[in-house]
Design a protein around this ligand. Structure first.
Ligand code: BG6
Length: 254
C-alpha cells in the first residue's frame, strides 16, 4: 500500500476513495494481478485481474537484516474460499523486501500435472506531482497496443511516454528499466524487472476516473501505473513441477 524510503516521500499512490473491503481490490499500492490480467479469457463473470488481489494470503515468514525487512506470503489452490478459484494446483509466493529499494517477487510453482498458462501483473501505482508534466523513459522502440477508448491499435513507441489524455497501453517484449521523471517533485523513480516481458502504462484521465467509484474525479493527475507484467501475447506457460518468477525493483533518486 505504501513505500516510503527513509527521508523520502511515498513512491506509491493510494486513492482516498479506495475500498478496504473483503472481496474488493485496493485502488493503489501494488495489487497482485494473477492468474489472469484484465478480463478473464473466457468467463466475463470472473473478477477483473484475477483472484490473487482479493484473496487472503498466508504469512510464511518475516525477517529482517541490515537495513531491510522481508515478508514472504503464500497462496495455494486450497486457500480461496470461492470454489471457482480452486481449479488447478499451484503454490504462489510473494516476497516483499523493503529497504533502500523495494523488491517484490512473485513466484508461481505449478504443482499440478498439466501446463499452467497465466498472465499477471504487479499493478504498481506511483505517486507523481502532475501527470501532464511527467515522462517515462525506457520504452522507446517497443511495440504497444493502445486500449484506451477501445482503440486496440498496435503502435511503436517513439521517445518517452507523455500524457495529455487517457493512456492504457501494453508494451510487449519490454524488458528494460523504466524511469518516471517528475520535475515537480524533483525525483526519478526507477522500475527494474526480471521475468517480465510486458510493461503496462495506465492513467485513466477524466472520463474513466469518473466511472470508477473507488477513484476520485480529481485524483488522476497524482498517479501513474507502470506495471511489471506478462500479459496478452506475453503470457507465460509453466510446466508441471516448474517455477516461474517475476520480479520488480523500485527505487528513487532526487
Ligand atoms: C490496468 C488496465 O492495468 O488496470 C486498465 O490496463 C484497467 O484497463 C486498470 O482499467 C484498472 O483495473 P481495475 O480492475 O483495478 O479497475
Amino acid at each position: 500500500m505504501s513505500y516510503k524510503p527513509e527521508g523520502k516521500t511515498d513512491l506509491l499512490w493510494m486513492s482516498k476513495f479506495s475500498c478496504f473491503e473483503e472481496g474488493k481490490p485496493i485502488r493503489g499500492g501494488i495489487p497482485v494481478c494473477w492468474p489472469w490480467f484484465g478480463a478473464h479469457p473466457s468467463d466475463p463473470k470472473m473478477p477483473s485481474h484475477g483472484f490473487a488481489r482479493i484473496s487472503h494470503w498466508n504469512v510464511k515468514s518475516v525477517s529482517g537484516g541490515n537495513g531491510f525487512t522481508e515478508l514472504r506470503l503464500s497462496l495455494t489452490d486450497k486457500d480461496p474460499s470461492d470454489e471457482r478459484f480452486r481449479t488447478r494446483p499451484f503454490d504462489l509466493e510473494l516476497s516483499v523486501r523493503c529497504g533502500k529499494k523495494l523488491e517484490i517477487e512473485l513466484s508461481t510453482a505449478n504443482s499440478g500435472k498439466v501446463d499452467f498458462k497465466l498472465t499477471e501483473a504487479l499493478h504498481s501505482y506511483f505517486s507523481v506531482s502532475d501527470i501532464k508534466k511527467v515522462s517515462i523513459s525506457g520504452l522507446s522502440g517497443a511495440e504497444y497496443v493502445e486500449t484506451a477508448g477501445g482503440i486496440g491499435e498496435n503502435r511503436i513507441q517513439s521517445g518517452s511516454v507523455l500524457f495529455s489524455s487517457e493512456v492504457d497501453r501494453l508494451y510487449f517484449g519490454s524488458v528494460c528499466d523504466c524511469v518516471i521523471s517528475d520535475p515537480g517533485l524533483g525525483r526519478e523513480i526507477r522500475i527494474s524487472k526480471e521475468g517480465s516481458r510486458t510493461t503496462v502504462v495506465w492513467n485513466p484521465w477524466i472520463a474513466k476516473s469518473a466511472k470508477m467509484p473507488d477513484f476520485g474525479d480529481s485524483e488522476y493527475p497524482e498517479m501513474v501505473c507502470v506495471e511489471t507484467a506478462n500479459a496478452a501475447a506475453d503470457s507465460v506457460t509453466t510446466a508441471p513441477g516448474k517455477i516461474h518468477r517475476m520480479k520488480t525493483v523500485i527505487s528513487s533518486e532526487n
